[in-house]
Design a protein around this ligand. Structure first.
Ligand SMILES: [Mn+2]
Length: 438
């Protein structure tokens, strides 16, 4: 078939999410001669959006144009051929120019030009170019772009979110993005079957502790097609207060779908799913696994094995604790203790008898002194006897939880019954925020 005229198209991955759709639309705004090609299968909320908004944009389906005429293919929000819908005809053509805009990496599409960075959403990369060109958007375009940006960054809360994502959101709001529309499409109400799945997860999800992380695992048989499974899994993780969840949905005898969601950088759901042949981000990932590779039951064990192997060891209490620990005997006087604390610039001292922890004195306890003579009294009378200790391999976040729960600011670090250090609120804050105490 002869090439009649040069045609440019832009497309994204199958099961298109809002970031994919918004990036397609963004490219048609940046390059008005480009035709947006939206895969036939899109996510449920994207489908709802398109059913009312489709005619507003210059978009078609993969079967609605002549592949022969395409001279430039722009791919957004993916860099893998297998994720594209009916683009194989273009693969391997040496007269085709390929552009990529994406925030994933490691795919097999070789581009002539690309804008590929680790950033919260692909939309942000496109907004960068729009700002550079001094464009103004209308309210509709701003709204769809903000939908993509918010969906992929969890309303700017996912760890992958960068400052530039937040600035891009601000720019889209300036251009009139409608938050009512955004929240209506990002928080669709649950249908009956989705509620049932959420209840099933709440009822019998296995809770495991792997490398100090609370992990939820479940296996659910699907007897019908259910939309937005990933949203339900994400919501379940938050409700159950788990660090990460991996739910295996048995689709039929031949295959299962695993959806993983992680709320901590200590669990990389994307890395686990990659091992199973899928992909995604550290916080959100999925994989379709054939049963001749792993049955649904075997998959559970494999996920557990992969999580154990994930030696992405973070900072532990042993790394941030102070040592040696300053200690006094129960018969030391308050005056002596006060001197020790002032000279060592510390806010708490452990009271020990031989190796046994009897109590703790903190700065606050000196407020109990009303009369001069009390300075000569034994520390025993003023110390707090409630001492909660922590293990050296615990995580800073666990220390923070213990402190909050018990309303205390000092935790002795005990290993095999031996006092090896102490960790304070200041240590935790210093670690969490990277600030130094004054
Ligand atoms: Mn994306």
């Amino acid at each position: 078939m002869p090439v009649n005229f040069a045609m440019q198209i832009v497309t994204s991955h199958k099961n298109t999410d809002f970031d994919g759709l918004a990036s397609i639309i963004g490219i048609t705004i940046l390059y008005p001669d480009t035709l947006g090609v939206v895969p036939a299968t899109v996510n449920n909320n994207v489908e709802k959006f398109l059913s009312t908004h489709k005619t507003a944009f210059n978009i078609v389906l993969p079967g609605e144009f002549n592949h022969e005429q395409v001279t430039r293919l722009t791919v957004v929000d993916t860099d893998q051929w297998r994720r594209l819908d009916r683009m194989d005809k273009l693969r391997g053509r040496d007269d085709l120019e390929i552009h990529i805009w994406d925030h994933h990496h490691g795919g097999d599409i070789e581009a002539d030009w690309k804008c590929q960075e680790q950033i919260g959403a692909t939309v942000t990369l496109i907004v960068r170019e729009m700002k550079k060109r001094g464009l103004c958007l209308n309210a509709l375009d701003s709204t769809i772009l903000l939908l993509g940006l918010y969906e992929d960054t969890g309303h700017l809360t996912y760890r992958s979110t960068t400052a530039e994502d937040a600035y891009a959101a601000g720019w889209l709001l300036e251009n009139g993005a409608d938050l009512n529309v955004v929240s209506a499409f990002l928080n669709p109400p649950y249908e009956e079957v989705q509620r049932e799945i959420l209840f099933a997860m709440m009822h019998d999800t296995r809770r495991l502790n792997i490398n100090n992380r609370a992990i939820g695992l479940n296996l659910i048989n699907l007897d019908q097609k259910v939309k937005d499974l990933a949203v339900i899994v994400g919501n379940y993780r938050k409700i159950a207060n788990l660090d990460a969840v991996f739910i295996t949905f048995v689709i039929d005898e031949k295959r299962s779908l695993v959806i993983g969601r992680s709320g901590t950088d200590m669990v990389d759901a994307g890395a686990v799913m990659k091992e199973l042949g899928g992909g995604g981000h550290p916080g959100a990932a999925s994989a379709t696994v054939k049963s001749d590779r792993f049955t649904a039951a075997e998959l559970q064990d494999e996920i557990i094995r992969l999580l154990h192997d994930q030696q992405k060891e973070g900072i532990k209490i042993a790394d941030i604790m102070s040592f040696p620990v300053t200690r006094v005997s129960p018969s030391a006087t308050m005056r002596e203790v006060q001197k020790i604390m002032a000279s060592q610039k510390i806010s708490g001292v452990l009271v020990t008898d031989d190796e046994e922890i009897m109590g703790i004195v903190v700065l606050w306890d000196f407020k109990k002194i009303r009369q001069k003579r009390q300075w000569d009294m034994n520390v025993k009378a003023f110390m707090s006897r409630k001492v909660v200790s922590i293990k050296p391999d615990a995580l800073p976040v666990q220390a923070a939880e213990l402190m909050t729960k018990n309303d205390i600011g000092h935790l002795p670090v005990v290993h095999d019954g031996e006092l090896i250090g102490i960790v304070t609120r200041t240590d935790i804050l210093t670690y969490l925020y990277g600030i130094l105490p004054d």
